[in-house]
Design a protein. Structure first.
Length: 180
């Protein structure tokens, strides 16, 4: 099974399509929130087109969302898939995954929650800074932001039977990898 992970698209159709191309064919795509709206900040992400992004998302049948701080009720009106809030706990194949955007509680509290659920993987977004590490038996993953990275690299992640890999979506290079 192959799972693509991305977060913080903030309405950028350009970077959403670039991420999907970089990830390739996936059984599932997990989105860590902040889907369509950018908010009143500058600059707008390149390729900002929330209407067409919503249409592109609606053409997919394998995507799981959690709600971010920039996601609103009106976003759910144009996206066919449920934007779950504030947490998603799911099992895909043998992996138990705890997902949230990550802005309502300290990360240490969320890690503890994920461990309490018996999750293998905790995925979050919000910071726009990629992160991948192991905390005891839990893998903690923030794929960074595909559209507005604060660490300079537009990134996503891919999970397969062997590993979790952070990927630079501009050149498909693996940034970091952790064995499962």
């Amino acid at each position: 099974m192959k799972i693509g992970v991305l977060s913080d698209t903030h309405g950028s159709l350009k970077y959403f399509d670039q991420a999907l191309e970089s990830l390739g064919s996936c059984h599932y795509i997990i989105h860590g929130g902040d889907v369509l709206y950018h908010g009143p900040r500058n600059p707008l992400p390149e390729g900002y087109n929330p209407k067409e992004l919503a249409q592109r998302i609606n053409s997919l049948n394998n995507i799981i969302f959690t709600r971010g701080n920039c996601d609103a009720d009106v976003d759910q009106m144009v996206i066919d898939h449920p934007i779950q809030s504030p947490y998603v706990f799911t099992q895909l194949g043998r992996l138990k995954i705890f997902l949230c955007h990550g802005y309502e509680k300290e990360k240490s509290v969320l890690v503890k929650m994920a461990k309490g659920f018996g999750a293998h993987l905790f995925i979050y977004g919000h910071t726009h800074i990629k992160e991948l590490y192991r905390d005891e038996d839990l893998i903690v993953l923030n794929p960074g932001s595909i559209s507005l990275p604060k660490d300079g690299i537009h990134s996503a992640a891919v999970i397969d039977e062997r590993a979790v890999r952070l990927i630079d979506i501009s050149n498909n290079e693996v940034i970091k990898e952790l064995a499962l």
